[in-house]
Design a protein around this ligand. Sequence first.
Ligand SMILES: [Zn+2]
Length: 295
Amino acid sequence: MPELPEVETARRIIERELTGRRVVAVDLRLPKLFRDSEIRDPGMLIGQTVVCARRRAKVLAIDFDGELSLLVHFKLAGQLAVIRPDGARSIAGHPVPKPDGPYPHKSTHFDLRFDDGTIAHFSDIRQFGWYRLMPASQVQPAIDAFKFGPEGTGRDAITSTQLFAALQRRSIPIKQAILDQTIVAGVGNIYADEALFQARIHPQQPANSLSRALVSRLRDAIEWALDMGIAQGGAKIIHQRAYPQNDFPAVHGREGEPCIRCGGTVRKITVATRGTYFCPACQRLRKPKTNVTTV
Ligand SMILES: [Zn+2]
């Protein structure tokens, strides 16, 4: 599933490859992707120039000069491939079976063709993703409706005070809490596991049992994990350890392997229905604070 780093990678590709380019043709082969769109006909984009690309949590907003914006959510398996006239490719999101294969392929449902010959292909093998074309003035209300919490990384990243306050109200496992997009936006399963490993916190630790110091460590670890993902271009790390040299991801997907920190064995458990990887030696369950003093 594309997570925040994949979506941020897509945003950077759009910014780099498409800003200043004018749409000359639109091919929509699966109209249901626009089922919830304020404007159902993406042909409205013809003649419009890309101004910028923004991201909030995992929602991507592409702004055009005609006061129109295209909101995109990759959901389970969305992908963007931008192909320049010289054939150079930039791909972000869900890996397709053959990233070097021809585009469009059978799961490429939507293309934007630009004035210089560049083509943006939007693919989705699962078809859970969505596209919403709307007047620019409706973007902020549409994003507000998701009730996203502060971002996990970037200029407006959550502070440890904000995170501590949000966690105080919840006794759910900390892993489940940081996956809650209303608490902190954009943390998906892989990055939650990596952040908890980095901060040495057990994924089942009750959210409201963490001290301020641990919450502060967790906040920094969330930012670190997301930044690592962004630095690596996102999706590449999901299906294979393409970067064994820097041990990231350190625990996710590594059940039965030795912990890189202590040599113990990485375990897999289920937390809030999600497959969860951690090192039981490095990430011990801490007893909740009580008023009883033991001598
Ligand atoms: Zn360990």
